[in-house]
Design a protein around this ligand. Structure first.
Ligand code: TRP
Length: 464
């Protein structure tokens, strides 16, 4: 494992201009977009198989989230071990986080959280959310208090997702240590003692040079020296995987880290942290966290970048007005053809069409999606091309407007009391697992179409 990671670092450094580069600081696809299958081999993780999906449904008595069904969460590590632990009725918890680099979240930021909400409902377990204000201060500079405040702003958006108030703890990293969470601090000290600087350097590309932020808010290597804070940071993102970091939730049993299994949902660029955690857990002989990784939401400008504020078309922010959203979608990159005649003859190229790719993420119903693919994509046995770019953009606009409107309503309804509750360590945490009516499993044939086997284009691009 270690070797292959070192190789990745070298590979990515030497990579040609047109190769993809994915780490916590840089996310760039090749001109063909992102190659996620390549990441499975590079990172040594496993795909989300139909068998795994079936097992999750049996264990939770709940249908899996569309992002799992469609293979957008595409990669995992130690998920089987997590399920074995969970199936035997033992204690588990979820961990994810957010780096509060600005007050505005965009739609791409919501994907891991929406998915995490499903996981919390399905597994009925505790969730801890790290607001890494310190991280953004180390890497972006400026004023520490600004990041602490962005953390509060962002937490409102996260709370709006609807996490169970009895089972969710949100914390500012800075304040968590300041208030004296000794379990978390002890884990920081113990893991720091055990983690070689060279390991952090090679895994995260933090060499003598540091990472800075350009005028667009994009992080990139600079000639500035790498700071102690930057080098220390990866340990801090890793330790909330341990139940012993949250003794006020899970109690102070010294064996908790071999009794309580952690599961981390994240976008795939965050995975290096948890591979580093695997080394430490191996050394301490405690549970390695299960991980699940998502693809990125592509930018409105096209397939080879994730949505970010450095793009030519600005992301859709959760604070955008209806008119702003309509305008951004109106101009987004389309896989439709240049002339109407050509379009009717060939259909859109769905593989590069931003509205279609977004509907894959945001539209709930597979049936509706299939219908759109067949009307808008290449002509097929079911008929001719019946849909233009403007039609699919209209469908996407409706879906996104609904999403953002509902989000804004939920956000506005959060009272100060509710907000404080999520951050309060001194209150009741519900560790009980809910019981649910048994769920009728789907047929094997149905499962075989899901996860890594999900056909995003409903047979339209199959040669046989
Ligand atoms: N580093 C992440 C970011 O920049 C934030 C984060 C902190 C996180 N802890 C995490 C993400 C755990 C996933 C899982 O946004």
């Amino acid at each position: 494992m270690t070797d292959s990671l070192e190789t990745i670092q070298n590979d990515t450094k030497q990579c040609e201009q047109d190769e993809q580069h994915i780490d916590p600081w840089t996310v760039k696809g090749s001109s063909k977009g992102f190659d996620y299958l390549k990441l499975l081999t590079q990172f040594g993780t496993k795909p989300i198989t139909p068998e795994l999906i079936e097992r999750i449904e049996r264990a939770t008595n709940m249908r899996v989230h569309r992002l799992l069904r469609r293979g957008i969460f595409f990669s995992q590590q130690y998920l089987e071990d997590f399920l074995t632990h969970y199936e035997s009725g033992k204690q588990c918890f979820l961990y994810t986080g957010r780096g509060p680099s600005s007050s505005a979240l965009h739609l791409g930021h919501m994907i891991p959280f929406e998915f995490t909400k499903y996981l919390q409902d399905a597994f009925g377990c505790i969730l801890v959310v790290q607001m890494s204000d310190d991280e953004k201060f180390y890497f972006k500079g400026g004023k520490l208090d600004d990041y602490i405040n962005y953390g509060k702003e962002n937490a409102l958006d996260i709370i709006s997702v609807g996490f169970n108030p009895e089972k969710t703890y949100i914390f500012s990293n800075f304040n968590e240590i300041a208030r004296g969470n000794s379990g978390l601090w002890r884990n920081f000290v113990e893991m720091s003692e055990n983690t070689p600087v060279n390991r952090v350097r090679s895994m995260f590309g933090l060499n003598e040079m540091s990472i800075t932020t350009d005028e667009n808010g994009n992080t990139k290597p600079s000639a500035e020296p790498c700071s102690v804070g930057m080098l220390a940071w990866p340990v801090f993102q890793s330790i909330p995987c341990l139940a012993s970091s949250f003794q006020f939730i899970f109690g102070s049993d010294p064996d908790n880290d071999t009794k309580i299994f952690n599961f981390v949902p994240m976008a795939v660029d965050q995975s290096p942290y948890f591979r580093m955690m695997n080394d430490y857990c191996g050394h301490k002989k405690i549970f390695k966290p299960a991980q699940i990784h998502s693809e990125f939401l592509i930018g409105l400008g096209g397939k080879n970048s994730k949505m970010s504020s450095t793009e030519s078309i600005q992301p859709i922010f959760l604070t955008d007005t209806e008119e702003e959203i309509r305008q951004k979608i109106r101009v987004c990159f389309s896989g439709g053809r240049d002339t109407k005649r050509e379009h009717l003859e060939l259909g859109a190229d769905l593989t590069i069409d931003v509205p279609y790719q977004w509907l894959l993420v945001f539209m709930e119903s597979d049936e509706e999606l299939e219908e759109i693919a067949k009307k808008y994509g290449p002509p097929n046995s079911n008929g001719d091309v019946k849909m233009m770019s403007s039609d699919i953009k209209k469908i996407l606009t409706d879906v996104i407007l609904k999403y953002v409107k509902e989000h804004q309503e939920k956000r506005n309804a959060i009272t100060e009391e509710v907000f404080d509750h999520y951050f309060n360590p001194n209150r009741y945490f519900n560790l009980e697992r809910p019981t649910r009516e048994p769920l009728e499993p789907l047929s094997n044939e149905e499962y075989q179409k899901q996860g890594c086997n999900f056909d995003r284009y409903f047979g339209l691009y199959k040669t046989n």
